[in-house]
Write a protein that binds this ligand. Structure first.
Ligand code: 6GU
Length: 263
């Protein structure tokens, strides 16, 4: 996948493709990230990229020409959907990440700075406006990095095992069970008994049960599950010892009260 990023601060993106899973994808050529700086396309002697808004008001606006020239320097066949990162956009989701990764060979991310960009650029070139959450960032770069990271995980070959994406919270509609590693016995607690039973079917069933109940407690908005299934999982979790419940971060009282919940 080709990702073009229009940004006044291209160096900000470096950390996102020099480290970790995205960095590996970049090195292996699965992901090609290209930053374009409107400043390199400014034609006046001060290389200015912003101006006062018509009609007055606080702050500056990114100028139309440097941005448009930077964008036009991307060959037409390599632009793909054009996403403008702005707090006014629709919320980014894992479903959108999956859809872009699957359907687009190229995408272009436009990072705003100052008060925003000239509306005419949006009208003519932008296909979707995206926000990453209900807070304001000083520019779109951090949001672009969030998009790149979440997209990259859905590019075939980026994660060693595609199952590990599919098995995550947002894909399956419930959170994962807590994880533990050696040592088993520790002053901070003992690993739940079912995880050390060696019985793979029981482990998978209990992990799902714990994950579902945990979702109901922590993020009921994420849960996608039939009500009867849910009742089965609750019963399984209630059979755990108090010690196991505690180390899993669950409380019997709270699980019992979940009774009235309907998804
Ligand atoms: Cl995409 N941009 C900016 N500037 N602020 C944000 C955002 C984006 N998403 C949440 N806050």
């Amino acid at each position: 996948m080709n990702i073009n990023v229009l940004t006044l601060f291209p160096k900000m993106l470096n950390s996102s493709f020099q480290e970790g899973v995205v960095g590996q994808a970049f090195l292996r050529g699965l992901l090609n990230i290209q930053a374009l700086n409107p400043r390199d396309f400014a034609e006046d002697k001060h290389k200015s990229v912003d101006d006062k808004p018509f009609g007055g008001g606080d702050g500056m606006v990114m100028s139309l020409d440097p941005l448009t020239k930077a964008f036009s320097s991307i060959p037409e066949g390599q632009r793909g959907p054009v996403i403008y990162l702005t707090p006014q956009g629709q919320l980014w989701t894992d479903a959108k990440a999956k859809s872009y990764a699957k359907n687009s060979d190229s995408i272009t991310l436009v990072c705003g700075r100052y008060g925003g960009i000239d509306q005419r650029f949006i009208n003519h070139f932008v296909t979707e406006e995206i926000s990453i959450g209900n807070y304001v960032l000083s520019g779109g770069e951090l949001a672009a990095m969030v998009l790149i990271d979440s997209l990259a995980r859905y590019i075939p070959g980026v994660l060693g095992n595609l199952n590990s994406v599919e098995q995550e919270s947002f894909s399956q509609g419930y959170l994962e069970a807590p994880l533990f590693t050696r040592p088993n016995g520790h002053t901070l607690g003992t690993v739940p008994e079912f995880l050390t039973s060696g019985h793979h079917l029981r482990i998978e069933q209990m992990r799902k049960a714990v994950g579902v109940i945990r979702t109901l407690c922590l993020r009921p908005d994420l849960l996608r599950l039939r009500f009867d299934e849910l009742e089965n999982y609750r019963a399984l979790v209630l059979r755990l010892s108090n010690q196991d419940l505690e180390v899993l971060g669950l409380q019997r009282e709270q699980i019992l009260k979940l009774k009235s919940f309907l998804p």
